[in-house]
Structure formats: structure tokens, C-alpha cells
Write a protein that binds this ligand. Structure first.
Ligand code: SF4
Ligand code: SF4
Length: 405
């Protein structure tokens, strides 16, 4: 067994583009060992008080040793030679150090010669100490640390159960990770407290010596379709991306901003790391604490359940009609997308952002305007950059027909 460079924490996609009428093999897992349980109480959290969460009322939500063993053994066998395990929550570190030590033992036991096994974990960083850092360093994990900016910005929404600020503790963890030489990136949730401050954010992350940042735009709505107070507008998101692009451009060879990286990957004709830019929603599956499987972390709902790892085999899960149905949600025709010059990269955006306001997959992606703003600005220069790096012209963007497969 070997450890390859872990892929980005969220939506790490591998594998070939799907053939007509099929869904591809499952190349990566997003595992929630403590379900949506968390030790913080961030005001904007999508998981808190979510009515559709099938597990919300269950008291003990923790993956057992048996489920873990079954998961690791079967998935390593199925996904050979490249296996990606990404852990998320709620807060996945609540599963405890012993759980992750056991995971590594199982990976060693069941991994085969030449198998690449990547581990990644997205955390709020409240529990990181030297012991955890040692484990992450030794086994080359990639961590994603949630940090929304300087103290006054971060602490606007990211509070603990007692309503107390968390920024100081995150900063201690960042120091521990840096001292322990753990590979990590920053996940910044764009909300009303920081979306108008691209320069401040960029300067802050640079001052920490961080060279890899991912921005997640917040789009939560009340049942009547009106935006929650922290939700950002498409215009705000578009302006943020454009301003950040200008700040990042001189640093582009040393600083990674996930959105721009993914765009460059798409322009280079590669499959981008982020599922938002894929043609279909089938690059990974979610594994809940009890082994239940879902096609996307935003749709952990009874109607989308694909099976359970303790009962079903991976080929069965991969071939489920529901997986195909979900994957093709992304391809629902929108007149705007059909004539859009960016359709070959954007593929109609993310069904989560289509579904957000009116619970309809047929809506236009809420952030469409933002995408058009940043594509208009960034595609030209990035195409030139890709050409310089590849040494030849980047492929023209294909206009795909928008129909389910
Ligand atoms: S709905 Fe969005 S986040 Fe989920 S798999 Fe599709 S593109 Fe990815
Ligand atoms: S930019 Fe907007 S119109 Fe164009 S493909 Fe994306 S979501 Fe559709």
C-alpha cells in the first residue's frame, strides 16, 4: 500500500467520464463517522436543524468498528488501484484518534501492493493537538481547516455550543499543524461578514503562510424562498471572485485558489477536482456513520439513499438506478444553459444551488450570474496560462448537448 498525494477534501473526483446510460465506478468516498454531529454551533450551518436529516433524532451517531472494517475492506478491494477516503461531518474528529488509528491499520491490512490510498479530513480544528498532527503527518493526510478570516469576521458566525468565539482555538491548531508539517488547506465559507472583503481575506491567509484556499458560497433560504441573513447574493459572489482573481494573479504559481485551479484544469481538458464543474453528479458517494450510502452530501435524504455498505456490494451500489437518476439531475435542460458560451466548463452549475430556493432541480443555478462574471474575466488569461504550461494550445471548450446522457 502506498500513500499518494491526497486529493482535495471535498468532491475528490477520479475515474472516467460516464458512458451513455451508465454511471461510473465509485472512486472516492466522503465518510461521516459521526454523522452530522458537531461540537460547534455555527449560525449558518447547513446541517443544524435540518428537517430532511434521516438521523437527526438518533442519540448515538458514531461509526462502529465493524462498519469501519467492512467499509475499508470492501472499498479497497473494489476501488483498486486508487482509493480515496475523505472524512467530513458534522465534525469527523469526534470519532476519536483510536478510530483513525484503526482505519490506518485496516488500510495496511487490506491494501494491496501498488495500491494508492489517500486520506483527507475536513475539520473545524477544535480538537487538533500534537498527537493528531503526528498521525496526519506520518500518513500524509490532507486536512481542510475551516477558517472564515480574521477574528472579527470568523467569530461573527462560527461559535461554540456556549455561543463563544472559536477563532483563537483555530489559530492554535493552525500553528500546531504548521509545526507538525501537516499538509492542509483552508476552507472559507463566504457569508455576509466576509464577502465584501476579498482584499482583507487574501492578505490574512497570505500572512499565515497558507498557500491553498477554497471558498464555499453560502446559499441558504427560508421555506418561502427568501434568503437567510448570511446568504450572499450572486452579484456579491461574482465581485468577490473577480477581485480575488486580480489579487491572486501575480501569485498564481505559488498560491492555490480552488475555484481558479479547477477552472484551469477544465481548460486544460482534464477532469476538474470539484464536482460543480463535472458533467454529472457521480464522482463520489457519501457514507453515513451506519453505512448508509447517498450520492451527494447535500442530499443525505431518504429518497436518495443508494444502499448500505454492510448489506450491498459496491458494484450494486454503483449501478443503482437512483444513482443514475441523481447524476443526471445536473443535465436537466435550462434554456439559458443551452445557449451559454460557458456551458462546456460550467455544465449548468450545481444542483444544490438550483434546488436551494424553490426545491426544484429545474431552476437555474442561483449563482449563475457569478459564474458568468468570473468566466468572462478569468477564462482568457487562464487559457493563455494553460497554453504556456502545456506548451501547446488548450483544447477548445466543447458545447455538450444538455440531455440526460
Ligand atoms: S449536487 Fe452539487 S455538490 Fe452534489 S454532486 Fe452535484 S455538483 Fe457536486
Ligand atoms: S454560467 Fe449559468 S447559464 Fe451558463 S452554463 Fe453555467 S449556470 Fe448555465
Amino acid at each position: 500500500m502506498g500513500n499518494s498525494n491526497p486529493l482535495p477534501v471535498l468532491n475528490a473526483g477520479m475515474g472516467l467520464m460516464p458512458a451513455l446510460g451508465t454511471t461510473p465506478r465509485i472512486g472516492s468516498l466522503l465518510i461521516k463517522p459521526a454523522s452530522a454531529v458537531c461540537n460547534l454551533d455555527c449560525e449558518y450551518c447547513f446541517y443544524l436543524d435540518r428537517e430532511a436529516d434521516p438521523y437527526a433524532s438518533l442519540p448515538a451517531r458514531q461509526m462502529t468498528g465493524e462498519t469501519l472494517e467492512r467499509l475499508v475492506e470492501t472499498f479497497l478491494f473494489y476501488s483498486y488501484p486508487n482509493s480515496v477516503f475523505a472524512f467530513q461531518g458534522g465534525e469527523p474528529m469526534l470519532a476519536g484518534l483510536k478510530f483513525y488509528r484503526r482505519l490506518i491499520e485496516l488500510e495496511k491490512e487490506h491494501g494491496r501492493d501498488g495500491q494508492n490510498v489517500s486520506n483527507a479530513l475536513q475539520t473545524n480544528a477544535m480538537l487538533i493537538d500534537e498527537e493528531w498532527a503526528e498521525l496526519f503527518h506520518e500518513y500524509h493526510w490532507l486536512l481542510g481547516v475551516s477558517l472564515d478570516g480574521p477574528a472579527e469576521i470568523h467569530d461573527r458566525y462560527r461559535l461554540n455550543k456556549g455561543g463563544q468565539p472559536t477563532w483563537k482555538r483555530v489559530m492554535q491548531s493552525v500553528e500546531i499543524l504548521q509545526k507538525g508539517r501537516v499538509d492542509f488547506n483552508i476552507l472559507c465559507v463566504l457569508n455576509q461578514a466576509n464577502v465584501e472583503k476579498p482584499r482583507e481575506l487574501y492578505k490574512f491567509y497570505k500572512s499565515l503562510g497558507v498557500d491553498n484556499v477554497q471558498f464555499i458560497p453560502l446559499s441558504e433560504f427560508f421555506p418561502d424562498g427568501s434568503p437567510m441573513p448570511f446568504t450572499i447574493t450572486p452579484q456579491q459572489y461574482g465581485r468577490f471572485l473577480c477581485d480575488t482573481f486580480d489579487l491572486w494573479w501575480p501569485d498564481r504559481r505559488k498560491m492555490r485558489i480552488r475555484f481558479f485551479d479547477n477552472l484551469a484544469e477544465a481548460l486544460a481538458g482534464q477532469r476538474p477536482g470539484s464536482c460543480t464543474l463535472h458533467e454529472t453528479c457521480d464522482s463520489y458517494v457519501v457514507v453515513e456513520y451506519n453505512g448508509d450510502i447517498y450520492p451527494c452530501d447535500f442530499f443525505v435524504e431518504q429518497d436518495w439513499k443508494l444502499g448500505n455498505v454492510t448489506i450491498d456490494s459496491w458494484p450494486e451500489i454503483a449501478r443503482r438506478q437512483r444513482r443514475f437518476n441523481f447524476a443526471s439531475k445536473k443535465t436537466l435542460a435550462r434554456p439559458e444553459c443551452q445557449v451559454c458560451e460557458y456551458q462546456g466548463i460550467c455544465h449548468g452549475g450545481c444542483p444544490k444551488f438550483r434546488h436551494a430556493r424553490r426545491r426544484s432541480f429545474e431552476d437555474l443555478d442561483y449563482f449563475c450570474l457569478a459564474y458568468k462574471m468570473i468566466y468572462a474575466k478569468a477564462v482568457g488569461p487562464l487559457r493563455e496560462e494553460v497554453k504556456k504550461i502545456l506548451g501547446h494550445e488548450a483544447p477548445e471548450l466543447a458545447m455538450h448537448s444538455i440531455s440526460p446522457y
